[in-house]
Design a protein around this ligand. Structure first.
Ligand SMILES: [Zn+2]
Length: 236
């Protein structure tokens, strides 16, 4: 059976890699299995055709060493409906992850902030409900065996939001750069400085942690105390 320890949802082909790609590298290199679920082919974006973007996300997933599931939502038409919740619950049931990531569901930022794309926030909303739906044995509309994914974390944290977790990704930034660069059609965003911008976010989060680069996450629920998390000497 196809399973993954970690399931990362993205609305568009580059969301997961641009948003939390270095963490995904770190997870895979530490032995965890990672699956990506991308809802659209990003066909409404300014750059790249759906075919090109599909090739790019396949190349990125292959370089990462993760499974890739591409759904058939239309770009800019990702809405929180019963059908969407059921569809994503089926993906959760298929991969049976312990840990799930989604773009944060509420972003008050202005319309020029890429992280505030309506598809991102709606994906976060749908995933939150889908995890619950995935548990319901009586929900006959959803295919697959019920599954309780224990943890949900959000990436694409709005600038005004407080952070729950920072992941030191300093050692994985070169690999991140290579994987993010698979999205060739998107590299001309922000006047060709998209990756530099994304690196600067990571450097700012790294500063908070006292390391070079970090990626930030939000948890809406208390995280269970785990002494190993505090006594672990391997900070990288
Ligand atoms: Zn996006």
């Amino acid at each position: 059976m196809l399973m993954a320890d970690i399931l990362v949802f993205g609305a568009h082909p580059d969301d997961a890699e641009f948003g939390m790609g270095a963490s995904m590298v770190k997870f895979v290199r530490s032995g965890a299995s990672v699956a990506l679920c991308v809802l659209t082919r990003g066909e409404s974006g300014t750059f790249g055709t759906p075919e090109q973007r599909e090739r790019e996300m396949k190349a990125a997933a292959e370089m990462l060493g993760g499974e890739l599931e591409i759904l058939s939502y239309r770009d800019c038409q990702v809405f929180d409906t019963f059908e969407s919740r059921v569809r994503l619950a089926e993906v959760v049931r298929k991969f049976r992850p312990k840990l799930v990531f989604a773009p944060y569901h509420t972003n008050p930022s202005f319309h020029k902030d890429g992280a505030a794309h309506p598809d991102h926030t709606s994906t976060g909303t749908i995933v939150r409900s889908a995890l619950r739906y995935a548990r319901f044995a009586g929900l006959k509309e959803a295919k697959g065996e019920p599954w309780n994914a224990e943890h949900l974390l959000y990436y694409m944290v709005p600038r005004s939001h407080s952070l729950s977790l920072l992941n030191d990704v300093t050692k994985y930034m070169d690999e991140w750069q290579a994987i993010a660069s698979c999205h060739t059609s998107q590299l001309s965003l922000r006047d060709g400085k998209v990756l530099q911008n994304l690196r600067r976010f990571r450097e700012a989060y790294g500063n908070v942690l006292g390391v070079e680069c970090a990626e930030a996450f939000v948890s809406e629920e208390p995280i269970t105390f785990n002494l190993g998390m505090f006594l672990n000497q391997d900070k990288g």
